[in-house]
Design a protein around this ligand. Sequence first.
Ligand code: SAM
Length: 151
Amino acid sequence: MTLVDLNQNALRTASARIRRFAPRTAVHNALEPVGELPGAPFDSVGVNYLLHCMPGDLETKTGRLLTSIRPAMSPQAVLFGSTILATAAKLSRPARTLLAFYNRKGVFHNVDDQAEALDRALGAAFANHRVELVGGVATFVASDPSPREPS
Ligand SMILES: C[S@@+](CC[C@H](N)C(=O)[O-])C[C@H]1O[C@@H](n2cnc3c(N)ncnc32)[C@H](O)[C@@H]1O
């Protein structure tokens, strides 16, 4: 298992928590070309709760993420993940306040994120994909990268 994150502290904490799996770690910006990752190519790639932290519109940032990680995926790899959509569900007042606060602070960048944009980006990069909404969270799975590069 290889854990990848921009933040060394997050990697240190997460890898200590799953020490029994002997994880490898890499500090990497997921919007930049992935280069050499220990353990690549992978048959399974998880991108959980990452996209709502990234700046930019959802279709573009998903496309960039997929372009970046694709060289690290084996041809039979499955991609899965989740992201919080700010407008997909009716939120309680505390949830709305927290979401607005995180977006103001630049912790989240998801005020305009819509499931349709995610669907388009995954459809452009994979022959098979599925997006499901669970409350305000979009979960997704995709396989069989299409020959054409995602935009
Ligand atoms: C909400 S946490 C989710 C962490 C983990 N995937 C999970 O499900 O528990 C978001 C993580 O994304 C990382 N992150 C944000 N932008 C990133 C980027 N451009 N490249 C790599 N990691 C990034 C943050 O450092 C943070 O650890």
